[in-house]
Design a protein. Structure first.
Length: 109
């Protein structure tokens, strides 16, 4: 895909964020991706993807104090309104491409 396009892992990461809800940080995102896709993902890879999405304005992050949990602050991510709009456009495009395919004929309509 071009610079503005969503790669598979970017798309999947944004969907994982939506499944997890607000205050999602990298470890649960990785677990969600692995559980739902069966694809192994490292925390480092997820963090790179999340930063790329943040640079595109599709996700937003902030530091959350761990409070009673202890430990260090966590960087949490949410999908922005622009990110949601992008996901909806991507879904519509994929649905349009799938519409009318007859897979028993090798995909031809």
């Amino acid at each position: 895909m071009g610079r503005d396009g969503l790669g598979d892992l970017e798309h999947q990461t944004m969907l994982a964020l939506l499944h997890l809800g607000d205050e999602s940080y990298t470890a649960p995102i990785v677990e969600e991706l692995e559980r739902r896709t069966g694809r192994r993902t490292t925390v480092a890879t997820a963090y790179v993807v999340l930063r790329r999405l943040e640079n595109k304005g599709l996700v937003q992050s902030h530091l959350r104090d761990p409070g009673d949990e202890g430990g260090r602050d966590r960087r949490c991510f949410i999908v922005t309104p622009a990110g949601m709009a992008r996901l909806l456009r991507e879904r519509a495009a994929y649905q349009s491409l799938w519409t009318g395919l007859d897979l028993s004929k090798g995909g031809r309509s």
